[in-house]
Design a protein around this ligand. Structure first.
Ligand SMILES: Cc1ncc(COP(=O)(O)O)c(C=O)c1O
Length: 1012
């Protein structure tokens, strides 16, 4: 039956005559009915629904009653409500031009965007949809209506009938076979349990055209519309249907389904049998959809709405045909916080009860033998370079020499350990957006010489075997099946990295006795390229796999896989005291911090990161997720750069004292540093932080000028000491600040984007410098004198601002004319970061009187410096000693020297120039695409992106900026926001950042900006 086709003027007439108001109308898409969006003069909106002539009045009354019932439930469920006609009818009849009679209803309009139009379905959004449906279905358990058992081909109760009767309409035989397969599974797995399922009235069609979402950055479910498919059926069908549609076009459909199931279960717990068949119901719903579409496309080829989800549905069915149902079940259970693999409890209990009957897996009894437990975790001291294991011979030497030193017969690699060792393609995550690799080890490794015999710890049969040849794979692998006592259930043990001849003569089903030699350990050449070792794993459910099984899992699926693969030590029996205590969980650290540390210490990100390792431009969290670090400028030449680490380690091992003793390093470092600075700057003071450096710079300036007044730039930050909070507008004008002290004089930021003089004004620098002159004149009017003008060479906290040409030249001249000292704060930007020059001030063609250095100078080691002229230094020589316990110690100087060496040897200044220019250009291109980007600025690898909602009034987009930072972190890239309006994205990575890193950053930024 075709949809009704009333013209818009007829709809206007119906509204006027039946509901007594004048409107404008616009037709909306509909599956079966004809819907109009009705707009009253006041702006109030409604939906006029004209039903198909086939529709029964009783069924419409059923829908109306559902809506009314939900609105009255406690708490009320948001959904459209019926507006009665002027004569009080909830349903009225009209006749079309062709003489057919149709029913008409007017409903309130729910504002919101359709879920289908939302670019990103975040886990939170999907869970909230699940919760909404859960609340709705819980309320509806108390609802009944005479028409609720209506005949509906979509009804899950009629699914096999609906599909079977339309199978022939699926013309593509491959597709038809796919549907037949799912139908068969449905009949085998679901039909027998159907009588035990809960039934109730449900919405029955929460597809993403029917789900409305409140826009903005924190998207929320508004409600669900179109109750035209509501029916009394299996309650669980609700979530199966919603999940099926949610999974369409998702990179990781099972995880998406898990999120919606999680929310539903929180609001209205699913039963265990419901969870068991959910995967099959999802598949069968998709089959219903494609079968009905195939049938309808014959009848109503022009109804676009009918076939809208057909292609993605076929793709999803194809995908699901390769997903193990049991794995989906386990994932869904995990989402509901139920033990993911319930069978494992039986396996664990049986192994514990029978621990005396279990034999060893090798010649050595691990309960008593001397063993060495290795730390192969993210934070391992032995493996400090994730690339280190690429040289397997070195890796082998490292492990086996440690075993020899400890006289250990066997080296142990731990279960449930997050590792960075798995660098192959096969360990990459399915979800291309995320930064997850498979990192969590699911077995225990036993490192022994190749050729060592491997024994069966329990009797069993050979389940399967294979040579898994890929690099970093298992090589020859054997899997045994063991019966759980006298039951029909069994579990499995896996033996990986065997010798090739271990597989000779084996066959599936072959009996194995306890203690029987089942294999020998393989060599590196055959075992996937690893040091010789046995990977031993317990598996409760083989998930239909043979000869292979994942030995490492992605952190996001950690609980699921650990539940399927219990701790192999249940069989090996290694005494627990061999294993170091587990590290603190994120929650433990957070709670301890909350309870015992000052709230003034902040944390990055809503879900803070626990970082376990840094390596060059990357950081790795404790579960091995890799983050591209685009924001930390302290690890200037790269996190844990081996050259710097070596310098610190070696000097630390020999001597660390203070400047009261003579040491080469102090003078060597002074010489190297001053070689990098212009002529008159050649007296150095070494200190421990940027703050200390700036504090000392102020003392020097005051001593030299005998004056007290300081001129600072608005928005600037110069450090955390008392003296520096007083000269940092970022702090004294910010939250908790108490304004500028009298001696501090603020000038506006020379910001050519927001300030009065713009980038296209060639004299902007001079004009901004006029403000400095005005402050000087004010100071002099008060009969005071300028001690110093302090200015960062590029403004960091001010929002990554590049000073306009001639700004410092003019400002310095004016300050010096007034007898003041010019301090360049290079704490953020020095040491080649700006690319074109080694120091930021050089880009302004000035030479300061004092330069302060920090952050990058020690690559993370607490080192900082003040460099000045001999005259200024002389003024400080008043007889009072300047002693700094740690400043200039031999270790710090060794570190400083190593940093300078690396910058030169690795050509990092040029790299900052090249990559920075490339990145800035790419970001500028992005600006043309995304109107949120107001300005892209910066020099070298010190860049900023200012986000605005409006390019005319420059309304700052601070919320969008923090959304972007959070999402970029989800995508594996670390950035942060700054600027007085908190709307500037800061980019200041370690300067070993390369063009591929820049591309990745821009690609991710592009897709996250698309979400906003
Ligand atoms: C420009 C500037 N100067 C000085 C400091 C203070 O350095 P530190 O934190 O090492 O004391 C900072 C720190 O963020 C800074 O950005």
């Amino acid at each position: 039956m075709a949809n009704p086709h009333f013209p818009e003027r007829a709809a206007v007439k119906i509204v006027r005559e039946e509901y007594n108001f004048t409107t404008t109308v616009r037709q909306l898409p509909s599956y079966r009915d004809q819907n109009f969006l009705v707009k009253e003069k006041t702006g109030k909106q409604f939906v006029l629904k004209i039903t198909n002539a086939e529709e029964q009045k009783e069924e419409l009354d059923f829908q109306n009653e559902v809506l009314g019932f939900l609105a009255k439930s406690d708490p009320p469920i948001v959904c459209p409500q019926i507006i009665p006609t002027i004569s009080g009818e909830k349903i009225t009849a009209v006749t079309s031009m062709d003489g057919l009679s149709h029913y008409v209803r007017l409903l309130t309009y729910l504002p919101g965007d359709r879920l289908v139009d939302i670019k990103r379905h975040s886990p939170e959004l999907l869970s909230s949809l699940g919760r909404y449906l859960g609340h709705m279905d819980r309320a509806l358990t108390k609802f009944s209506h005479p028409a609720m058992n209506r005949n509906l081909p979509w009804n899950m109760k009629q699914a096999d009938e609906t599909i079977k009767s339309r199978l022939d309409d699926i013309k593509n035989s491959k597709q038809r076979k796919l549907v037949e397969r799912f139908l068969q599974e449905f009949e085998q797995k679901v039909v027998p349990v159907l009588p035990d399922l809960r039934t109730s009235v449900i919405h029955h069609d929460a597809n993403d055209y029917n789900v409305l979402v409140e826009g903005g950055l924190d998207k929320k479910i508004v409600g669900v519309i179109d109750f035209g498919d509501a029916v009394h059926t299996y309650t669980v069908a609700e979530i199966a249907i919603a999940a099926a549609y949610t999974m369409l076009d998702k990179k990781d459909p099972i995880s998406a389904a898990a999120q919606i199931i999680k929310g539903y279960h929180e609001a209205f717990p699913l039963t265990e049998p419901e969870l068991e068949i959910l995967y099959y119901l999802i598949c069968v719903r998709l089959c219903t959809s494609v079968a009905i579409s195939a049938n309808r496309s014959k009848v109503a080829a022009d109804n676009e709405y009918l076939t809208v989800s057909e292609k993605p549905a076929w793709n999803l069915l194809e995908y699901l045909s390769a997903v193990n149902p049991q794995f989906a079940h386990t994932t869904f259970r995990n989402a509901c916080r139920l033990s993911p693999c319930p069978k494992s409890a039986k396996v664990v209990k049986w192994l514990k009860d029978h621990k005396r009957n279990i034999g060893p897996v090798c010649r050595y009894d691990l309960k008593t033998e001397s063993i060495l437990v290795f730390d192969l975790s993210v934070g391992s001291l032995d493996i400090h370079n994730p690339k280190q294991i690429e040289n397997v011979n070195d890796f082998t030497k490292l492990l086996f020499s440690q075993m020899e030193a400890e006289k250990a017969k066997v080296g142990i690699g731990r279960y449930n350990e997050a590792r960075l060792l798995y660098a192959g393609e096969q360990f990459k995550s399915e979800d291309g957006d995320s930064n997850e690799q498979r990192t969590i080890h699911l077995g225990i490794d036993l490192f022994m010489e190749a050729g060592e015999p491997i024994l069966a710890p329990l009797p069993g049969t050979i389940h399967s075997f294979a040579n898994n040849k890929m690099p970093l794979d298992y090589g020859p692998t054997l899997i045994l099946q063991h019966q759980i006592g006298q039951t029909s259930e069994s579990f499995f043990t896996l033996y990986g990295h065997l010798s090739l001849d271990s597989l000779d003569g084996l066959y599936e089903g072959m009996s194995i006795k306890k203690g029987e030699q089942i294999a020998k350990l393989g060599t590196t050449e055959i075992n996937g390229g690893w040091p010789p070792h046995l990977h031993f794993q317990i598996i409760s459910d083989m998930l239909d796999k043979k000869g292979d099984f994942p030995g490492v899992a992605a952190p996001g699926q950690r609980d699921v896989w650990l539940s399927i693969c219990s701790d192999p030590n249940l069989i090996l029996g290694i005494p627990e005291d061999n294993f170091p205590p587990a590290g603190l969980s994120k929650d433990e650290i957070l709670q301890t911090r909350k309870a015992n540390f000052s709230k003034t210490l902040s944390l990055s990100y809503q879900k803070p990161l626990k970082i376990g390792r840094g390596w060059m431009q990357y950081l790795y969290d404790d579960e091995g997720r890799r983050y591209l670090d685009a924001v930390n400028n302290v690890p200037h030449v790269g996190h844990s750069h081996p050259r710097v680490v070596k310098a610190a380690r070696e000097q630390m091992a020999v001597l660390n004292t203070n400047t009261r003793y003579l040491h080469d390093n102090l003078v060597r470092y002074w010489q190297r540093l001053c070689e990098k600075l212009p002529g008159p700057l050649n007296v150095c003071f070494f200190v421990n932080s940027g703050s200390e450096a700036n504090d000392l710079a102020l003392r020097l300036a005051k001593a030299h000028t005998k004056a007290a007044e300081i001129i600072v730039i608005d928005g600037a930050y110069h450090g955390n000491l008392n003296s520096l909070i007083e000269i940092s507008p970022y702090k004294f004008d910010g939250r908790g600040g108490s304004g500028a002290p009298q001696y501090v004089h603020k000038v506006i930021m020379p910001d050519v984007y927001r300030g009065p003089f713009k980038a296209d004004d060639s004299r902007a620098g001079e004009k901004y410098a006029q403000y400095v002159l005005e402050e000087i004149e004010k100071i002099q009017k008060e009969n005071q004198n300028v001690a110093a003008f302090i200015c960062e060479s590029l403004l960091g906290c001010g929002g990554q601002i590049v000073l306009p040409e001639n700004y410092l030249k003019n400002a310095y001249r004016q300050v010096r004319d007034a007898g003041g000292i010019c301090i360049a704060d290079e704490v953020q930007v020095g040491f080649g970061r700006v690319g074109s020059h080694f120091w930021g001030f050089e880009t302004q063609e000035v030479v300061p009187d004092i330069v302060t250095l920090g952050k990058p100078i020690g690559n993370g080691h607490p080192l900082a410096a003040v460099v000045t002229t001999p005259e200024i230094a002389a003024s400080f020589e008043t007889g009072m000693e300047y002693f700094n316990t740690f400043g200039g110690n031999p270790v710090s100087c060794a570190v400083g020297l190593a940093v300078l060496d690396v910058i030169v040897e690795e050509n990092l200044q040029d790299n900052a120039h090249k990559v920075g220019t490339y990145l800035k250009k790419s970001l500028e291109k992005l600006k043309d695409k995304h109107s949120l980007i107001g300005d892209v600025r910066g020099l070298g690898l010190f860049l900023g992106i200012e986000l605005v909602r409006d390019h005319n009034n420059l309304e700052p987009a601070a919320k969008e900026a923090s959304y972007l930072i959070e999402r970029m972190k989800d995508c594996g890239i670390l950035l942060s926001t700054d600027g007085p309006l908190h709307n500037v994205i800061k980019i200041k990575p370690p300067i070993c950042f390369n063009e591929q890193d820049a591309d990745l950053l821009v690609r991710r930024l592009d897709s996250v900006l698309d979400e906003i």
